[in-house]
Design a protein around this ligand. Structure first.
Ligand SMILES: NC(N)=O
Length: 651
C-alpha cells in the first residue's frame, strides 16, 4: 500500500474547490455570451458551437482532449523506468493519430458541412443497420476512453493524497457535468483553453525549475551525471541504460499505444465534433498545430519530472529514499508527482495534482459533450423523435450529459475494485475499437463500400484482433492465458495491429465480391443532413461552403499529406530507428542539446496555445468589454454582427 505524500485535504480541496470554481466560471461565461454576444443556447450551438470556432481554440481543445491523465502519468512512468527515451517516445506515439485525422476533418467539412456528428454520415449512407454497427464502436470508444480518464484521475488522486477512490470517481466529474450541461460545446472550448493554459504554465515552471534553477539538478549536465549514477545504484529492469534509446520493449510499447490510439481519435466522436465545430478554413491549422503542441507535453513531463524522480532516488528529498519506487507506485503513475515533490517539495506535488485534475476534467468534458451529441442526434432525433424541436434536443442533450457522468463514475468504481489499471486499458482498448479507424476513412472516401462490408468487416476485425491477442498471450506467456500474460506487450501489439489492418481488407474484399448496383453518391452527405429548426443566421451561414472555401480545403489536403509523410518517415521511422541503432549512450552534449530543444519547443507551444486564441478572439473580446463597460448596448451585438466579426477574423 502506497503512503500518500499529501494530506487528504489537498485531494478533496482540489476536486471540490477547483471543480466548483470552474462550474461557476463556465456558467457565468455562458450567460455573458448569451446576453451580450447574442449567442443564445439553441441546439445547434450546444452541439456544434455554431461551426465557427477559430484554429487557436481548436488547437487548444485538441491538446486538452488528447491530454489524458495517462499522458502525464504514463509518460513520466516510462521515463522513470526506461530513461530518456520514455517521454519522447510517448509523445511520438501519440502525435500521428491527430495529424492523420486531419484528412477525415477536411473531408467532413467538405462533404458534410451540416453534420452534427460523423455517425450521421453512416446513417445517411448505410441506413439503420450500418448506423447501429458504427454507433456500437462510437459508444465503446466513448466508454473506454472515459474510463481511462476517470480511472487514471481517481487512482492518481487516491495514491497521492489518500482520498477515497470511490469519492474521487464521483466528485471528479461533478463540476464538469454541471458546466458541460449548462454551456454545451462552446463552454467546453473556453474551459479547454483555460485548462490547457494552466497545464502549460505548470509545465513551464516545473521544467525550467528542474533544468535551470533547482539546487538539486539545475542543468541538463547535472541531470546527465545523476542518471549515470542512478544507472549504477538502481539499474533498469530491462538492463538498458537510462541514457540510451536502445530499448526494444519501449519501441514495441510505443507502437502498441500508437496503433491503439488511432481509434481513440478516429472512433471517438469528440474529435470529429471539434472538426465540425471548426470554421472550415481553420480546421487544418487547428488540428495540425494542436498535435504538435500536444506532443511536447509528454516529452517534457517525462524528460523533467519522470527523469528527476529517477535521478534523485539517492537524495533524501526523494519521497521513497533510500529505495526505488515500488511496482505499485510506478503502475499508479507516481514518478511524475514524486519527481516534482523531490525538486519542489509539497508545492511541486500539489502542482502535479492540479495538472492531473485539469487533464481529467477537460478530457472528460470532451467525452461528455460528444456522447450527448451522438445520443441526441443519432439516437433521439433519428429513431425516437425525428420531428424534435430545438428545445427538445437541448433537453435530450442535458439528460445525456448527466446520465453518462453517473454511468462513468459507477464504471470507474467497478474497474477500481476488479483491479483494472490505466496501462491495461491503454493497450487493450485498441484491440476492441480499432476497426472504427478504417471504417470511418473508407466510408467518407470510397463510394463503392457497401453496407454488407461494414456489417461484416468491422466486427470481424474486432474478432480477429481478440483471437490474435489471446493467441499471442498463449505463445509468449508459456502456454498460459491469464490477466498477466494478456498484458504482455508483444501480445497486445499483435492484437492491436490485427484489429486495425484486417478491417480494411475485409471491407474492400466484401465490397468487391458483392458490390452495390450503383456506387454511393457522396453528395448525399451534404443534401441529406439538415440543421435543427432553432438555427440562427450565424449557424445557417456557417453550414454553407462557398467555392473558395472548397478550394482551400483541397489545398489543405495536400499540405496534410506532406506533413504526414514527413512525420511518418522522419519522426516514426528514421529518428527512432536511428536512435535505437546507435548502440551507446547519448553523450552529455547530445543530452543537453535534446533538453534545450525540448524546452524551447515547450515555450513556443505554450505561447501559441495561450496567446493565439486571444488574438483570434480580439474582436469579440473588444465588443464584450465595450458592452460590459457600458459603452455599447447589449442588443447591439446581434448574431449577424458576430458573423461579420468572424468574417474579419477569417480574412
Ligand atoms: N492521449 C494519449 N495517448 O495520451
Amino acid at each position: 500500500m502506497t503512503t500518500p505524500i499529501l494530506e487528504q485535504s489537498y485531494g478533496y480541496g482540489f476536486v471540490l474547490g477547483i471543480g466548483a470554481a470552474f462550474a461557476l466560471l463556465m456558467s457565468l461565461i455562458t450567460r455573458v455570451l448569451s446576453k451580450y454576444l447574442g449567442q443564445v443556447q439553441n441546439s445547434e450551438r450546444f452541439t456544434t458551437a455554431s461551426r465557427s470556432v477559430g484554429s487557436g481554440l481548436i488547437a487548444s481543445s485538441t491538446v486538452s482532449a488528447w491530454t489524458w491523465p495517462a499522458t502525464l502519468l504514463s509518460s513520466g512512468a516510462w521515463s522513470y523506468a526506461h530513461g530518456v527515451s520514455g517521454g519522447f517516445l510517448y509523445g511520438v506515439g501519440g502525435t500521428i493519430q491527430v495529424t492523420l485525422f486531419v484528412f477525415v476533418c477536411l473531408q467532413i467539412k467538405s462533404r458534410a458541412p451540416a453534420a452534427h456528428t460523423v455517425s450521421e454520415c453512416f446513417s445517411v449512407r448505410f441506413g439503420p443497420v450500418g448506423h447501429w454497427v458504427f454507433l456500437c464502436y462510437v459508444f465503446a470508444t466513448n466508454v473506454l476512453i472515459s474510463s481511462l480518464l476517470l480511472l487514471g484521475g481517481s487512482q492518481g488522486f487516491s495514491a497521492t493524497t489518500g482520498m477515497n477512490v470511490v469519492a474521487a470517481s464521483f466528485l471528479l466529474p461533478l463540476g464538469v457535468m454541471v458546466y458541460t450541461a449548462l454551456g454545451g460545446l462552446k463552454a467546453t472550448f473556453i474551459s479547454d483553453w483555460i485548462h490547457t493554459v494552466i497545464i502549460y504554465i505548470i509545465l513551464l515552471v516545473a521544467s525550467y525549475k528542474i533544468y535551470c534553477s533547482s539546487p538539486l539538478i539545475g542543468s541538463p549536465g547535472k541531470m546527465y551525471d545523476l542518471l549515470q549514477e542512478a544507472q549504477i545504484a538502481f539499474p533498469s529492469a530491462t538492463g538498458q541504460s537510462y541514457l540510451s534509446y536502445r530499448d526494444s520493449t519501449m519501441l514495441m510499447l510505443t507502437w502498441t499505444v500508437c496503433l491503439g490510439g488511432l481509434s481513440s481519435v478516429f472512433g471517438d466522436p469528440g474529435y470529429s465534433q471539434r472538426a465540425i465545430a471548426s470554421s472550415s478554413t481553420q480546421v487544418f491549422q487547428g488540428y495540425t498545430l494542436g498535435a504538435l503542441c500536444w506532443a511536447v507535453i509528454p516529452t517534457v513531463i517525462g524528460s523533467s519530472a519522470g527523469l528527476a524522480c529517477r535521478a534523485l532516488l539517492s537524495s533524501p528529498h526523494s519521497p521513497t529514499y533510500p529505495n526505488e519506487l515500488s511496482t505499485e507506485e510506478v503502475n499508479n503513475g507516481l514518478p511524475v508527482i514524486y519527481g516534482l515533490y523531490a525538486v519542489m517539495g509539497k508545492s511541486g506535488a500539489a502542482a502535479g495534482l492540479i495538472m492531473l485534475f485539469m487533464s481529467v476534467t477537460s478530457a472528460s468534458s470532451a467525452e461528455l459533450i460528444a456522447f450527448s451529441s451522438v445520443t441526441t442526434y443519432d439516437v433521439y432525433r433519428t429513431y425516437i423523435n425525428p420531428k424534435a424541436s430545438g428545445a427538445q434536443l437541448v433537453r435530450a442533450a442535458h439528460i445525456a450529459v448527466v446520465g453518462f457522468s453517473l454511468f462513468m463514475a459507477v464504471l470507474s468504481v467497478v474497474f477500481n475494485y476488479v483491479g483494472v489499471t490505466v496501462g491495461w486499458l491503454l493497450t487493450f482498448s485498441g484491440i476492441i475499437v480499432n476497426p472504427s479507424v478504417f471504417t470511418v476513412v473508407i466510408t467518407l472516401f470510397w463510394s463503392k463500400m457497401t453496407r454488407l462490408a461494414l456489417v461484416i468487416g468491422a466486427p470481424l476485425g474486432t474478432l480477429s484482433g481478440v483471437l490474435c491477442w489471446i493467441a499471442g498471450a498463449y505463445c509468449f506467456g508459456n502456454n498460459v492465458v491469464d490477466k498477466d500474460t494478456l498484458n504482455i506487450t508483444k501480445a497486445t501489439f499483435i492484437g492491436n495491429c490485427t484489429a486495425l489492418f484486417s478491417t480494411p481488407l475485409y471491407i474492400v474484399l466484401v465490397s468487391l465480391l458483392k458490390p452495390d448496383p450503383e456506387p454511393f453518391d457522396m453528395n448525399k452527405f451534404c443534401t441529406s443532413i439538415t440543421l435543427a429548426d432553432d438555427m440562427d443566421a450565424e449557424e445557417e451561414h456557417a453550414a454553407e461552403l462557398p467555392a473558395n472555401e472548397q478550394k482551400k480545403l483541397r489545398s489543405h489536403i495536400w499540405a496534410a499529406a506532406v506533413i504526414n509523410i514527413v512525420l511518418v518517415l522522419g519522426v516514426y521511422v528514421v529518428l527512432p530507428l536511428g536512435l535505437y541503432g546507435s548502440n551507446h549512450d547519448l553523450s552529455k552534449a547530445s543530452f543537453t542539446g535534446f533538453i534545450v530543444v525540448v524546452l524551447m519547443w515547450l515555450l513556443v507551444a505554450a505561447m501559441y496555445i495561450i496567446l493565439f486564441p486571444l488574438w483570434q478572439g480580439r474582436h469579440s473580446i473588444k465588443v464584450l468589454l465595450q458592452v460590459l463597460l457600458g459603452r455599447g448596448s447589449a442588443d447591439g451585438t446581434s448574431s449577424v454582427e458576430v458573423v461579420q466579426l468572424q468574417q474579419e477574423q477569417k480574412s
